[in-house]
Write a protein that binds this ligand. Structure first.
Ligand code: FAD
Length: 395
């Protein structure tokens, strides 16, 4: 049976317009924007998002009811990849982490009231949000069941106590989606609940920005404390004790869209390296005519093509309503490592220029490294992939 890998014409058209917008409007901005320490500041986000709205490429993933194009996962793949060609393309289109994953999850599980209050302003770009799951040791990290933040019943709702860190975008976010334990003990596989916590809740505080290699995500990565944080019953997202199930609704697609966006950066890195290799002359020939450089250019192309194929396979499964647990883990592990290899090789091809701040590669390298850790470290995914394979073998 033939396999048709072409996209719907409307999707291809949107991807083309996204590419034009990102290369024409966002990339020049990225080059001009030296060291990005954007924490909480919103000036650039607001400006770029207005430009994306004007170009008709804003929020491609949410349904038209919330102002988007309603793309399924397969439709998102080429559009997000084009947006990802610049570090700020996803921000401009309002498809950057963590907001993009939060929109996806809110659309899937929030009540009608919660959608109006939390999803709509997020989708329009009026506000930002964050997703608070990870905790300092010995709390939740690669192993979510270690969750220690607790929510106890309180008059009129719930009281949340605990500590979170590495919460992307927390500074300046209008609300957090906080995962807390409502039953069981750390180590239990169930018993978590998601809560929508408004930023002005006096029980939720940002205690510091964690310094990290990457610096392009708005609001930084923050450590937060929930100290007697009281929320109403309406703050519960989905059902009590179903938080780990809902996390899967978010995490499978979110790790897949990360692959799409970082593929864009890989392509940008390859373009920079190829342009340099075609131009630079060494030992009587162009750099691009030397075999070892050709091998790196070819390996980049292979890594990009393989990552795209695995990502599309995961998209297809998610679009069928399957969990995609295995395919998203395979795509995420491969792509996170492949994108790192592509950026690293591209930097090598450019020599000392590559590590300088004169071109974007050193910045790309810093930005892509954490992708091998967040949304599941490579080792966690390999462990889970192998367990599923062995389980299948044992029947
Ligand atoms: C830039 C960045 C942004 C982030 N943003 C968010 C956010 O917005 N919200 C949020 O909740 N969290 C966020 N995180 C946290 C992220 O999800 C966690 O870092 C990740 O889940 C790993 O948890 P940990 O850091 O506690 O590492 P640990 O759980 O301490 O793991 C350490 C190491 O153990 C190894 N390991 C893990 N599992 C296995 C295994 N099965 N077998 C062998 N070795 C293994 C891996 O090498 C892993 O790196 C972010 C992290 C980073 C770096």
């Amino acid at each position: 049976m033939p396999i048709d890998l072409s996209h719907d014409p409307a999707v291809s058209e949107l991807a083309k317009r996204t590419a034009e917008f990102v290369r024409g409007v966002v990339v020049p901005e990225e080059k001009a924007y030296g060291g990005v320490t954007a924490r909480g500041g919103d000036e650039m986000r607001v400006r770029l998002q207005q430009a994306a709205r004007d170009a008709g490429v804003f929020v491609p993933h949410v349904s038209p009811e919330y102002g988007g194009h309603g793309l399924d996962m397969r439709g998102r793949a080429p559009v997000f990849e084009e947006a990802g060609y610049s570090l700020f393309g996803p921000l401009a289109l309002n498809i950057a982490a963590p907001d993009e994953g939060n929109m996806h999850m809110l659309e899937a599980i929030a009540t009608a009231e919660q959608k109006e209050r939390y999803l709509r302003p997020l989708a329009t770009g009026e506000v930002r949000s964050c997703f608070a799951m990870t905790e300092p040791a010995p709390g939740a990290g690669s192993d979510p069941s270690s969750l220690r933040t607790r929510a106890e019943k309180a008059p009129g709702g719930w009281r949340i106590d605990g500590r979170k860190w590495f919460i992307t975008g927390a500074d300046g976010a209008a609300y957090a989606i906080c995962m807390a334990r409502t039953s069981g003990e750390p180590g239990d596989r169930g018993g978590a609940t998601m809560f929508l916590v408004d930023a002005d809740n006096p029980g939720m505080k940002i205690v510091r920005h964690v310094e990290t290699l990457d610096e392009s995500l708005y609001g930084g990565h923050c450590e937060m404390v929930f100290d007697g944080c009281v929320v109403s019953e309406e703050a519960v997202l989905g059902e009590v004790d179903k938080g780990f199930d809902y996390a899967q609704v978010r995490l499978g697609p979110a790790r897949t869209t990360h692959c799409m966006r970082w593929l864009g950066i890989a392509r940008h890195a390859q373009d920079i390296a190829v342009a340099r290799a075609a131009d630079r002359r060494l030992f009587g020939s162009r750099l691009a005519e030397l075999g070892m450089i050709q091998a790196m250019i070819a390996d980049n192309e292979i890594d990009i093509a393989a990552s795209r194929a695995l990502t599309l396979q995961a998209c297809w499964e998610l679009d069928q309503g399957r969990s995609g647990a295995q395919s998203t883990a395979v795509a995420k592990t491969f792509t996170a490592e492949a994108v790192w290899r592509v950026v690293d090789r591209s930097l090598q091809i450019c020599g000392s220029l590559g590590v300088s701040g004169d071109i974007l590669l050193s910045r790309f390298l810093r930005e892509v490294r954490p992708f091998r850790i967040y949304d599941g470290p490579s080792e966690t995914h390999r462990w889970a992939i192998a367990r599923r394979v062995v389980r299948r073998h044992l029947g």
